[in-house]
Design a protein around this ligand. Sequence first.
Ligand code: SF4
Length: 650
Amino acid sequence: MILYQKRLCNNRAIMFKIIILTHTETLAKFESSFTLSSKPKRSMTGMERNNSYLPASVKEMEALGWEQADVIIFSGDAYVDHPSFGPAVIGRIIENEGLKVAIVPQPNWRDDLRDFRKMGEPKYFFGVTAGNMDSMVNHYTAAKRLRSDDAYTPGGKSGFRPDYPTIVYTSILKKLYPGAPVIIGGIEASMRRLTHFDYWKDRLEPSILSSSGADMLVYGMGEQPVREIVRLLCKGVPFGSLRTIPQTSVRLAIDEPLPVRENWTTKTLNSFEDCLKDKEMFAQNFVTFEKESNKIEASRLVEQYGKEKIVVNPPFPPMSETEADLTYKLPYTYLPHPRYDRKGVIPAYEMIKFSVNIHRGCFGGCSFCAIAAHQGKHIVKRSGQSIMEEIDRLAGMESFKGYLSDLGGPSANMYGMVAKDISRCRKCPRPSCIWPGICENLDTSHRQLLDLYREVSRRRDVKKAFIGSGVRYDLLFPEWNRNAGRTEEDYLQELIVSHISGRLKVAPEHTADHVTALMRKPPYKLFRKLKARFDAIARKNDLKYTIVPYFISSHPGCTVKDMQDLAGELKNDGLKPEQVQDFTPTPMTLSTLIYYTGKDPFSGKNVFVARSSDDKRRQKDFFFWYKRGGSESYGGRREKRAGAGKPRRT
Ligand code: SF4
């Protein structure tokens, strides 16, 4: 699944990948040999077990002797106490600061609101998150059809959270406890922090900070800002004075002066109302937002909405290795809360329970992806020791059979890759360090990653460590990366021979160069190069392995003709696409902006966009030419075209 990472906001598998980093379904056969509950080897009493989690009920609070929690987190996801699940991470971070944290997972918002009342008012603040995914991506398909399942709920059942829980939960809390501060966070809040296009409402929406009525928004990965907030509150700083914490956003009255913070610069965006009137103004906002999101030293952004202004403070610098390790040292149980014991498995947990997240961030900069805007462009890696300690923990679980389903991150192979001279990156606005070419300031050596793979492979308790995350194969070939050499060749060899289960999933995304260019992806010919190397390595090692490419239809710039050509190219290459998706415009990506405006804001050129459900379906049908009567008939439609879908003569 990690393969998907780049299309992150395009499908829900990806959305949860942003935070939880799961593995591919390639591994299903190994997963199926695992038992479905992963209990620690030492058996605990019911009460002991409950007390090792953040309390999720009044009874559990009472068992801890608490009369009042300091912080209460409301989450749209079930509570899984694992570092791949945002609410657990934030809860554990706050707990680590010495505070009493309770969690209310998937509260019922349709009854008498007892779930919102039962724990009362916290001493400091409520935290609200939709969960690991944007709720609309979780709830609806690209065709806006309601999904029947939810990977973050026991039994995979749907209907346990509303659309836009960030807004719904916050509004309820504000009505019940008007004086209590509410902080929103998670991917839904993060990627809606300024005016954004909402595909499901088919219109521009103001910052979710305004729509929800929350007091503060934490964007990106929340450890650093949350720690800062908690430390200041504990020192007695009133909540209302917390206006200049990096990586947060606050609302100010229109005539209120901006709080002063030394060395900060400020950029004023076009107002929400101006964006509504003029798509060009919205596009200008996006360009500023994207450039600033990609800088280490970014400007503060200010955007007016009605009688207030939204102030988005610059981010914290990327976490150091020591800081990243801290997140994984916290006392997670690595299990879903016992309240779900008889309610069925939580599919998202089952997918990731034996996978290890080795780094964060992505410098790929794909246009449809929200990872950089959420996790950051710069790679934050964990130390080898921290990774090994986590593997020790997993190996100690009853159901661990020696298979790690993934050692990865937003991409499989960016671990440890940093700039040679970081000072050159501080103000660098480039959305991608590897497109349209690889920046000569980026060290793309795969040495550290290769060493890590080998260290893990040497462990006696690990039979095999799979790499389920998507591989950026453009980093591996001198045709794209002039620094690629022996190490990258060794990496590819090791990956194929020792770390896949028979199918390597990669994401060329399209075969048309003008579409991949709009996606900020390398051209399809590089995928052909990968396939040739893959086949050669598999042949040499007598492995009957296949390569599985991922594609997107209806991405801005993609026409029916492009899809016809794609079908033809794939047929020529002997590929039957299995992993495909139709483009979903998720908030605040470049692709979504182009979907809305019909224009590339950087080149100023008009871009064709397939918007109607018929057009989108027609494009998607081309993926399945081989199921529907061969190259001439696509999805039951007979297309009039010249040679498309037919094998090339060579
Ligand atoms: S590596 Fe290059 S492209 Fe990437 S942030 Fe640094 S200077 Fe910019």
